[in-house]
Design a protein around this ligand. Structure first.
Ligand code: DQA
Length: 138
């Protein structure tokens, strides 16, 4: 069985409550349960942190044994050389995902420190961005 993990960065614990017009009104826990049910042929895990170093530690922990990482580093995407370096330093392929289309938003969201080390980027498909990333690993 393939082992995949979704790693969510800062403020994504507030999904469902946070700016619902941009990020939707479902909590990630509910979305995740739906994905686990639908893709029961894979072992699907989930981790969220608001702390940059914890995201890096998780990438190191899973990055030499899992088959795929789906990473929404949220605001750290646009600021974190450390997360970008971690993505380059591990073996497991990483897909960068975003719920919103970061390229249609403010200029500072057009920069990604992760994309250069990622297998690919999926942005702007709402919650479906996560599902498209799972499909690409299957
Ligand atoms: C986001 C886009 C980021 O620019 C923002 O900081 C987020 C969420 C998205 O999923 O659309 O927190 O990664």
């Amino acid at each position: 069985m393939k082992k995949l993990i979704i790693i969510n960065g800062p403020n994504l614990n507030l999904l469902g409550k946070r700016e619902p017009e941009i990020y939707g009104s479902n909590s990630f826990e509910d979305i995740f349960k739906g994905l686990q049910k639908k893709y029961n042929e894979v072992e699907l895990y989930y981790f969220q942190s608001n702390i940059e170093g914890e995201l890096i530690n998780k990438l190191h922990e899973v990055g030499f044994s899992y088959d795929g990482i789906i990473l929404n580093a949220a605001a750290y995407t646009h600021t974190s050389v450390g997360i970008g370096d971690a993505v380059k330093g591990i073996e497991t392929p990483v897909i960068e995902v975003h719920i919103s289309n970061v390229h249609s938003r403010e200029d500072f969201r057009h920069v990604s420190y992760i994309a250069g080390g990622a297998k690919g980027v999926i942005t702007g498909f709402g919650i479906q961005s996560y599902e498209l990333a799972i499909q690409s690993f299957l």
